[in-house]
Design a protein around this ligand. Structure first.
Ligand SMILES: [Zn+2]
Length: 447
């Protein structure tokens, strides 16, 4: 079913690809005084070139990706409501208090009580949210032809994720609650500190111990393209062996690449969909972007930015927990912040906080993505490859949102924005020999 939808989508895009060479070559507007000098030397119309790339997508393809992405706006709200509903159920039914009582009957060791509660909590919330996650992660993905998994394979990945969550989540909760109980007044600061340290720990081990549970990672096979990628890496001060590829096609046909890990484990990975579906120019453009994340230390900056968000989140939880505890603590059977039975309340407050912070976290991420875009254009010098990638990414990201919409909901620059900036870069470099040569060798539509 999904394969059929995927092929249909590809066919729709292929049919819609227009001849855009003529549009890209001829300026549509008379040059203004500011651009006269440049335009006389090298006529390249940024607006027309941007429009030509946008026109590669049929109205149907645009409508489809708009619907998929705009549906995602509502999912942010529904995800939060589902999480709040689960928390309310655990607290209101006193199930949370009973889970804690059961743990206390089994052992007198505080840390082990926390661990036993955490295991019950993670397992139970996973079961309660499973129907919603099946819709959001499986049914909906298939409706839009984005998944290549059957239900069994998808559930297999979910089970692996649950196991990882049980181990790491329990470990994190045992440490955080131990710290919270020792610092009765400043627990929110210490708790945030432990949470940040744990994020760093997980980010460090993820490429080596977690990602390989879901996908096979290999060194990129030898090819002229690989040599060019390694050359670009060396030119930008990146350890030359650190380019991996992985079999993301077993989950979906989305093209993507990423930078993951910290300290010794940092690596750049591209997925097999990108290798299979994209031109060499496009692959170089995407890897230039990923190298930007690496060189600009976005992983470390991300820890600082999101560390601040985590501190604010804990401050919000401290405020909210005290209020809720005073009103409903007795009814829910919660003794205080150090009582692990209050975890659903902590989770609910974090859910509310992160929901309200959506535009902030998206803008933090999107700003770094825009930096990586600029770096990648300069490093790879493939503005058309980058525009092609932006067109392909439109399968799951709305191409041309309004400015407020982009600010609130986009964690990457929109496709239109990326194409437009790539075309501006191209216009400013149109007289460079390599850009000139690629322009005369093959117009974008021919690739
Ligand atoms: Zn990126």
């Amino acid at each position: 079913m999904k394969q059929v939808l995927a092929m249909l989508l590809v066919a729709m895009i292929a049919v819609a690809v227009p001849r855009i060479a003529a549009a890209a070559a001829a300026p549509a507007v008379p040059p203004t005084s500011a651009s006269v000098a440049r335009a006389a030397a090298a006529p390249f119309d940024v607006t027309a070139a941007t429009d030509a790339y946008m026109a590669q997508l049929s109205p149907q393809a645009r409508a489809r990706s708009d619907a998929y992405f705009e549906g995602g706006y509502w999912l942010i709200l529904w995800d939060a409501l589902v999480a709040l509903g689960v928390a309310w159920l655990l607290l209101g039914s006193r199930l949370s208090a009973r889970m804690r009582d059961a743990a206390e009957r089994i052992t007198r060791w505080r840390w082990l009580q926390t661990a036993l509660y955490a295991l019950q909590y993670i397992a139970l919330t996973s079961v309660l949210t499973l129907p919603w996650n099946v819709y959001e992660g499986f049914v909906r993905e298939h409706q839009y032809g984005l998944s290549s998994q059957n239900l069994e394979q998808w559930l297999g990945d979910q089970a692996k994720g649950l196991l990882v969550g049980l181990v790491l989540g329990t470990l994190a909760l045992v440490i955080i609650y131990a710290v919270i109980r020792r610092a009765t007044r400043t627990w929110w600061l210490w708790g945030a500190g432990v949470a940040i340290a744990f994020v760093v720990f997980v980010a460090t081990i993820a490429p080596v111990y977690i990602a390989p549970l879901f996908n096979t990672y290999k060194s990129l096979p030898d090819s002229p393209l690989k040599a060019q990628i390694l050359s670009m890496a060396r030119a930008n001060g990146i350890p030359a062996t650190d380019v991996y590829w992985f079999d993301a096609s077993k989950q979906s046909k989305r093209i993507s690449a990423n930078v993951s890990g910290m300290f010794g484990t940092t690596r750049i990975s591209l997925n097999d969909n990108l290798l299979k579906r994209s031109s060499p120019a496009e692959i170089k453009a995407v890897l230039g972007h990923e190298m930007g994340h690496y060189v600009l230390n976005h992983v470390y900056k991300g820890v600082v930015f999101f560390g601040l968000i985590i501190v604010l989140g804990f401050a919000f939880v401290r405020w909210g927990f005290e209020h809720a505890q005073r009103r409903w603590g007795a009814r829910w059977g919660i003794r205080g912040i150090g009582d692990v039975a209050g975890l659903p309340l902590v989770a609910a407050l974090f859910t509310i906080f992160l929901f309200m912070m959506t535009p902030v976290t998206n803008t933090l991420t999107r700003s770094m993505e825009a930096e990586a875009d600029a770096f990648g254009l300069n490093a790879a010098r493939q503005p058309d490859g980058f525009a092609e990638a932006a067109v392909q990414l439109s399968e799951y990201r709305k191409m041309h949102p309004g400015p407020v919409e982009e600010f609130v909901f986009f964690d990457h620059p929109s496709g239109w924005n990326r194409i437009h900036r790539a075309m501006i870069w191209k216009a400013e470099h149109i007289d460079d020999p390599d850009i000139r040569a690629s322009e005369s060798a093959a117009p974008p539509a021919a690739r």
